[in-house]
Design a protein around this ligand. Structure first.
Ligand code: GLN
Length: 484
């Protein structure tokens, strides 16, 4: 039995039957991390002591027969979820020694469901990036080819899942940061509806776009993790107070008669042939499963990247104003005076991409430019959301490629921010509209690099995505392939 590829349900079953203990499983992953992390750089912090203590407690509960759904299962979380007493860096020098005095709702709920937290995964600094290269701790590497990026910003979580350094992981997605790295590493990544999962204790990048979600080796695993994390939280005023359905039930439904929209704008210029072919084959699979595939149009699509790069930096510039070297975070040495301390702490604590976003955001919010940029972007954001609403009134979900191309080389796009920004061209729209979307593995290119397809659903209809995703994974085996 290959422990590194166990599904969550299978692992939970083995633990319940006591044919495997959580301590054994946790030790297995800790050893594997020790062997593979020096090359892949998936984890920033490994919490060996905490993980083993949690595993022991889980084994005691399992012995008493009172396990909860995730009891004893070793998981990893992106290093922007605050974990009480455990270093949380956001992959920034600014927070490289920060130990939160409180716990995020996501990690609290996972722990309450019994999960064992192996550690905190690598990411782009403050989640700004598409390749994991802006991390203060160095890039994470793609296990399919270590010369390539795993995508970003949740690159470390994607690598940990794809390389079997945990059973499953949690990422966050502001413009594509769960789905894009999922596509580039051959795993499943779900970005829920904005507000479905609490943002409390998640270090903020762009508050109107940020959303946490599962990164897993299968749709069934994603359903299980979503179940544990979803739901209203009084500590996050934007979390939605709506009933959380049974996502396990969604896995057993059929796609017969499901109406899937294929938006023309997502199959245009910039898409590589390999990705187009794989996604077209996936459309054929869905047809064979009984779904109806209907061509349609989302005309505002071309405005998504410019709109996002006004709104996200605007929110970031405001959110990141709190890092001033006073109460927590990096403080420069020997400041001359207060002004010097603010200026140098920020100049030395933040990396180049973060500074670029802060400057962009400050500019578009400044008096005189606010109407021309920020207010205008908000209006275009509405047009983009309206496009989706019109389309999703005619169909149950939309199917697109997740990314225009497969994993690119480390260093390839570093000197051209706009080229880097374009890697999220098919995912960013979804965040602007607040919709749920999932990326599923659907093939490989000529270099044996994974390809992903994206399904986009109506607000709070994660179940429809899971139904379609599960049907696809039962009909195909792309999600079962693993890097050697
Ligand atoms: N790559 C996009 C950015 O750099 C999205 C990042 C994210 O989703 N966190 O902003």
């Amino acid at each position: 039995m290959e422990l590194s590829r166990l599904s969550l349900a299978h692992a939970a079953d083995l633990l319940r039957k006591r044919s495997l203990s959580s301590v054994e499983l946790t030790r297995f992953f800790l050893t594997r991390i020790e062997q593979k992390n020096p090359e892949l750089n998936a984890y920033i912090t490994v919490d060996e002591e905490g993980a083993l203590a949690a595993a022991q407690a889980a084994d005691a509960r399992l012995a008493r027969g009172d396990g909860t759904p995730l009891t004893g299962l070793p998981l990893a979380v992106k290093d922007l979820f605050c974990t009480h007493g455990l270093r949380t860096t956001c992959a920034s020098k600014m927070l490289h020694t920060f130990c939160p005095p409180y716990e995020s709702t996501v990690t609290r709920r996972l722990k309450e469901a019994g999960a064992v937290l192996l550690g905190k995964t690598n990411m782009d600094e403050f989640a700004m990036g598409s390749s994991n290269e802006t991390s203060f701790f160095g890039p994470a590497r793609n296990p399919w080819n270590p010369a390539r990026t795993p995508g970003g910003s949740s690159g470390g979580s994607a690598v940990a899942v794809a390389a079997g350094l945990c059973l499953a992981a949690i990422g966050t997605d502001t413009g594509g940061s769960i789905r894009q790295p999922a596509a580039m590493t051959g795993i499943t990544g779900l970005k829920p509806t904005y507000g479905r999962i609490s943002r409390f204790g998640m270090i903020a990048f762009a508050s109107s776009l940020d959303q946490a979600g599962p990164m897993t080796r299968s749709v069934a695993d994603a359903a299980l993790l979503l179940q544990s994390m979803a739901g209203h939280d009084p500590l996050d005023s934007t979390s939605i107070d709506a009933v959380v359905p049974s996502y396990a039930e969604a896995l057993t439904a059929h796609v017969q008669g499901l109406r899937i929209g294929i938006p023309a704008e997502y199959f245009a210029e910039g898409l590589t042939d390999a990705v187009r072919d794989a996604v077209e084959r996936a459309i054929t699979t869905f047809r064979a499963l009984g779904a109806q595939c209907i061509p349609l149009s989302l005309p505002s699509t071309p405005y998504a990247i410019p709109t996002y790069y006004v709104i996200a930096p605007a929110e970031a510039s405001s959110n990141l104003a709190r890092y001033d070297g006073v109460r927590f975070g990096y403080r420069c040495e020997n400041p001359k005076d207060l002004q010097d301390m603010y200026a140098r702490s920020r100049a030395e604590g933040f990396g180049a991409e973060v500074k670029r976003r802060i400057m962009l955001g400050t500019y578009v919010l400044s008096s005189g430019y606010y109407d021309a940029y920020y207010r205008k972007a908000q209006k275009v954001r509405r047009l983009i959301a309206d496009d989706f609403q019109t389309a999703l009134a005619q169909v149950d979900l939309l199917l697109t490629p997740t990314t225009p191309e497969t994993a690119f080389l480390i260093g390839e796009k570093n000197n051209d921010p706009v080229r880097m920004y374009l890697s999220d061209i098919f995912t960013i729209n979804v965040n602007l509209a607040g919709l749920p979307a999932i990326s599923l593995p659907c093939g490989f290119d000529a270099n044996s690099l994974p390809i992903g397809l994206q399904l986009i659903g109506r607000p709070l209809q994660e179940s429809t995505l899971l139904t379609a995703g599960q049907a696809f994974q039962q009909a195909t085996d792309w999600h079962l392939r693993s890097p050697v």
